[in-house]
Design a protein around this ligand. Structure first.
Ligand code: SF4
Ligand code: SF4
Length: 383
C-alpha cells in the first residue's frame, strides 16, 4: 500500500472508531420466533423487515480490514432471534477465527445449536424478564421453564459464561426473582426498561428491590454477587479511570465509540434501538464506508452537571438523545428522568455500604472480578 493511501486509511479509521476495540453486533435476521410485547425492534417496524443477510463474507472481511485493522474484535450475534440463522453464525466463526464471539438470544433454540458454535462462544446473553410469571406474561406461556431447561441441556458444551439479560419491565419484579437468576446464571445484567413503566409507585418499588440487591451484594466479601450493574458501579466509583479509558471518556454503552450494529442488509448503526432512524446510519458493509457515530454527547444533555457522571457515564445515549436532542418531553419525564433518579439512588445506596472497605477485604481474584470482568466488554454495564 503506498503511503498516501495508508495515511488516508488511518485517518478514516481514527475518525470512525475510538480506541483499540470494536464490538461488532451482526444481526443475522430480523425475524423472531417470539412476540415479546415490548420489543424495541417493533419501533419503526424494524422487526421482521429483513430475513436474510444481504452481504457476503468477502464484503465483511473487506470492511473489517479497511476500518478495524489492528483492533481487537468482539462479535455479538444479534437479531431478531440470531439462532434462526445458524448457517451465518457458523460461517462467520470459521472465517474469522481470531474474533471473540457472543450470542444474544431468547434462549428458546439454544438446545438446537451445534457443539462447534456453543464451544466458541465467550458469553451467551439470554433475555429474560425476571421470574417465571413475569417472563411468561411478556414472552409466552412456558418460556421461562423452556429457557432454563435449554440452559441446563447445553451447559456442559458451553465453555464461556451464561448471562441473564433481564429487562426490568415490571415494577413488581421482586428481589427473590432476581436472586434466583443469580443461582441459575453466571451473571445477571438487569436493564431498566426504556418505556413508560415508572408511574405511581413503580420507582419506589424498584428502589426497595435495588436496596435489597445492594445489601446482598455487600453482605459477603468471600464472593462477588454476580450482578453486573452493581459490580460496574462499584468499579466506576472506586476506579473511575477504568470507565474513562475504556470508552475514551464517552458513554460507557460504547455507542459513541466502538459499538457497530450491522443490519442484515449491511447498513451500520451505532445503537440497535435506533435502526429505524435513517439519520443514524453511520456506514454500510457492501459500500464499505464507516463514519463516526452520531450518538455523541450534546450540550443540552444534563450529564456534565450530574453528580452521577463519574460512575454512570451517560448510561444510554439513545435515551439521552430522545429526551434532550429530539426534545421528546413526554419520554424525558416518563422514562429518562425516572431512570436517572434510580441510577442516582443506586449510587447513594452503594455509598452507604462503604464500598472501599468492602473492596479492601476482597482476595486478588475477587478484586479482578470487579475491576476486569469480561462481561463489561459485552453489555452496557449500567442498567
Ligand atoms: S444519571 Fe442521567 S443525567 Fe446523570 S450521568 Fe447518568 S444519564 Fe446522565
Ligand atoms: S445503552 Fe442505549 S444507546 Fe447504548 S446501545 Fe443500549 S440502547 Fe443503544
Amino acid at each position: 500500500m503506498n503511503n498516501r493511501i495508508e495515511q488516508k486509511l488511518q485517518h478514516i479509521q481514527s475518525d470512525a472508531i475510538k480506541g483499540s476495540r470494536v464490538e461488532l453486533q451482526l444481526l443475522t435476521t430480523l425475524k423472531c420466533n417470539l412476540k415479546c410485547s415490548y420489543c424495541s425492534l417493533g419501533v419503526g417496524d424494524v422487526l421482521g423487515s429483513q430475513l436474510q443477510v444481504g452481504y457476503d463474507l468477502d464484503q465483511l472481511e473487506c470492511f473489517v480490514d479497511t476500518h478495524f485493522s489492528g483492533k481487537e474484535i468482539y462479535v455479538t450475534f444479534y437479531g431478531g432471534e440470531p439462532t434462526l440463522n445458524v448457517r451465518f453464525i457458523s460461517a462467520v466463526m470459521q472465517r474469522f477465527p481470531l474474533f471473540r464471539f457472543q450470542l444474544q438470544t431468547n434462549g428458546t433454540l439454544l438446545d438446537s445449536l451445534p457443539n462447534e458454535i456453543l464451544g466458541r462462544l465467550s458469553n451467551i446473553l439470554i433475555s429474560i424478564d425476571g421470574g417465571e410469571a413475569i417472563t411468561d406474561s411478556y414472552r409466552g406461556r412456558g418460556i421461562y421453564r423452556q429457557v432454563l431447561k435449554n440452559m441446563r441441556y447445553v451447559r456442559d458444551r458451553v465453555s464461556g459464561s451464561m448471562t441473564a439479560r433481564m429487562t426490568w419491565n415490571d415494577a413488581n419484579t421482586s428481589f427473590t426473582e432476581i436472586d434466583e437468576l443469580t443461582k441459575n446464571f453466571d451473571y445477571v445484567y438487569f436493564q431498566l426498561v426504556a418505556d413508560e413503566k415508572y408511574a405511581g409507585d413503580a420507582v419506589h418499588k424498584r428502589q426497595e428491590v435495588l436496596a435489597q440487591l445492594i445489601a446482598r451484594f455487600f453482605a459477603q466479601s468471600d464472593m462477588v454477587y454476580p450482578v453486573i450493574p452493581l459490580m460496574g458501579i462499584v468499579r466506576n466509583k472506586l476506579f473511575p479511570n477504568r470507565a474513562r479509558e475504556m470508552y475514551a471518556g464517552l458513554t460507557q454503552c460504547r455507542a459513541s465509540t466502538h459499538l457497530i450494529n450491522v443490519m442484515p442488509d449491511g447498513k451500520v448503526f451505532p445503537c440497535p434501538d435506533m435502526m429505524y432512524l435513517p439519520t443514524m446510519q453511520q456506514g454500510d458493509i457492501g459500500e464499505n464506508w464507516l463514519h463516526r457515530s452520531s450518538l455523541q454527547s450534546h450540550p443540552d444533555m444534563p450529564c456534565d452537571v450530574c453528580e452521577a457522571l463519574p460512575w454512570c457515564r451517560r448510561n444510554c445515549m439513545k435515551n439521552l438523545y430522545r429526551a434532550y436532542v429530539q426534545k421528546d418531553d413526554v419520554y424525558r419525564l416518563n422514562v429518562v428522568e425516572p431512570i436517572c433518579d434510580l441510577i442516582r439512588f443506586m449510587g447513594m445506596e452503594i455509598d452507604r455500604h462503604a464500598p472501599r472497605e468492602w473492596f479492601a477485604r476482597l482476595s486478588p481474584p475477587l478484586r479482578r472480578q470487579i475491576t476486569d470482568c469480561e462481561i463489561y466488554e459485552y453489555v452496557e454495564v449500567m442498567p
